[in-house]
Design a binder for this molecule. Structure first.
Ligand SMILES: Nc1nc2c(ncn2[C@@H]2O[C@H](COP(=O)(O)OP(=O)(O)OP(=O)(O)O)[C@@H](O)[C@H]2O)c(=O)[nH]1
Ligand SMILES: [Mg+2]
Length: 207
């Protein structure tokens, strides 16, 4: 797919605030600080669209971005961030599990893994969660620019060996834009499916 326009749509802090399931949703999930918001900015070519930070825990809400007026990209808070209270963690956990597990409009979850540590326990648990809920997911290995050629090959191989349900694995650098074309090509497939994830009007809304 080609991104023609991208705009911030809404921030959501509880399941009852979610927008109508009018458009298919592609969700960006992963550990805190893995590069979800940076990936969104890189994909859309809009540097300040999603807020990024070198301090983990920057994104605290479910943020909706409207893409080409017919698709949502959804930036969600990262998991595995130690410096928040138990109560806050529980609240996020419930919000994210409720959203990712229950939302019909989600057509694809993009699971971001740090290419330097692609097999962390919390990431494996996330994959199990996605498989349990029958969510199609693809993997993006982030911060590719920090790896040597040899480490790149290793990271990809090790991810392939355990992420057996993943629909794709893309190496990405938000600094250089490496992987951008490849990832957008994958997204094209999910937009042209029958829209079964996009609610009852879904078939009318996807091209
Ligand atoms: N070198 C390099 N740094 C990156 C890349 N992507 C993100 N970063 C850096 O990683 C840090 C975290 O990036 P964010 O995009 O804010 O991460 P996030 O996953 O949205 O984090 P939370 O909102 O806390 O869950 C920032 O300092 C980014 O500049 C990349 O491809 N290469
Ligand atoms: Mg973020």
């Amino acid at each position: 797919m080609k991104i023609i326009n991208a705009a911030f749509f809404r921030s959501v802090s509880s399941l009852s605030d979610l927008p109508e399931e009018s458009f298919p949703e592609i969700v960006f999930a992963g550990r805190s600080n893995v590069g979800k918001s940076s990936l969104l900015n890189s994909l859309t070519g809009r540097k300040g669209l999603a807020k990024t930070s070198s301090t983990p825990g920057k994104t605290r809400l479910i943020n909706y971005f409207l893409i080409n007026d017919d698709l949502y990209f959804v930036d969600i808070p990262g998991y595995g961030y130690a410096a928040v209270s138990h109560a806050e963690k529980d609240a996020w956990g419930r919000l994210l599990a409720g959203y990712v597990g229950g939302r019909r409009a989600i057509v694809l979850v993009v699971l971001l893994l740090d290419a330097r540590h692609p097999a962390m326990q919390s990431d494996r648990e996330m994959m199990k969660f996605l498989a349990y809920h029958d969510r199609p997911y693809g993997i993006v290995l982030t911060k590719d620019d920090k790896l040597t050629q040899k480490e790149r090959a290793q990271a990809k191989r090790s991810t392939e060996s355990y992420a057996l349900d993943a629909e794709f694995i893309v190496m990405y650098s938000s600094l250089s834009g490496k992987g951008r074309k490849e990832l957008l090509a994958h997204f094209g497939r999910y937009r042209s499916e029958d829209g079964s994830g996009a609610g009852s009007e879904g078939a009318d809304l996807v091209t």
